[in-house]
Write a protein that binds this ligand. Sequence first.
Ligand SMILES: *Cc1c(COP(=O)(O)O)cnc(C)c1O
Length: 403
Amino acid sequence: MPFALNQIDAELAIIDRELLRRSIRSVDTPCGTEIQIGGKPLLAFCSNDYLGLANHPKLIAALSEGARRFGTGSGASHLISGHHAIHDELEAKLASTQAGAIPNARALFFSTGYLANISAITALSLIGKSKTSIYSAALNHASLIDGVRLARGQGSVDLHIFDHHHLAGLEDKLRNDLTPFKLIVTDGVFSMDGDLAPVQELLHLANQYDALLMIDDAHGFGVLGKHGYGILEDQEVCSDRIIYMGTLGKAAGLNGAFVCAHEKIIAWLIQKARPYIYSTASSPALAFAVLRSVSLIEGELGQELRARLHSNIALWKEGSIFIRWNRLKSDTAIQPIVVGSNATALQLARALDQLGYWIPAIRPPTVPKEMARLRMTLSAAHTKEQIQGLCKVLSDLETSLPK
Ligand SMILES: *Cc1c(COP(=O)(O)O)cnc(C)c1O
């Protein structure tokens, strides 16, 4: 047997022993709260489809119409021949969502948030002749971390990690940093904890120490702010120092992402962002459907769905009081319950599965050691009864599961 195959067996055995093996579960039904896996019905509290748009009739119609009008494939990367007029229309719409927060805003559409993040960070770190100082929040999403890793691989970065709960440490480092170009990078809504980045304070520091501020709003776009424009609308900030990344596979119910920033920054990304330049543009049909989704999000339907989501979050917080477990303080749709060990988290996820609930256990390295958790996500599509049912089941499990 080839060396690599033997080695994989040995290393997977270690992953198994540490209860860290990840596995894929295949869902038979469209994304929703009531799904089926292998014929078994489950109530899902784990998708990022916060508004319930991922299987919405209006978006199903838009994707079909998009395919009829614009075709299924783009045919090439954006800079060769894959950039269609509908991509322009979408980018203008996406930029308009951040226009109140970013002067001279322009947007660039990407096929995923992961690519948008590594694109933006690697390209930005090439600005200026000397190294870029990147200040990265400790609990940032893996795609931001990987963007920083790639940028370091280019040899263009000095990296500093900061704790978003204690900005004094960040300020100390900024104060003593003589590098001309500094970039602060943070999740908007922290994806495993559900809390918000202190955007106003971070922007204040960016202003004071001449830094740019990149915010990954994967879990905020569509959900936060009156029109669902995300964390910048919600926090009422405005600055040409902000680089905003929003994803379209979560609340927007489709796929893709965008970076929105001052037009000069976007012009730079078009020249330097390798994952943008060397990857096929996503389908123009998708761009058309995303455009429809953004219109729904900012309109009456979006406002109604956000109101429903927020009342679901309130209902959950009211009904989920635990003694042994630590429900993290979160006002967003991400509601984690930290239980400690991998074994406990897995045991709990399995018990819930048997009772017909799908809430995955999240383990290291996604979260710190001994901080394994159930990560529940709520949606506007959940009913009151579903949420109350879950509260009851969890409360019973807390009492009945052996310690
Ligand atoms: C999901 C997520 C991403 C990646 O976006 P995709 O479009 O799924 O690739 C980036 N950042 C955060 C915080 C996320 O939660």
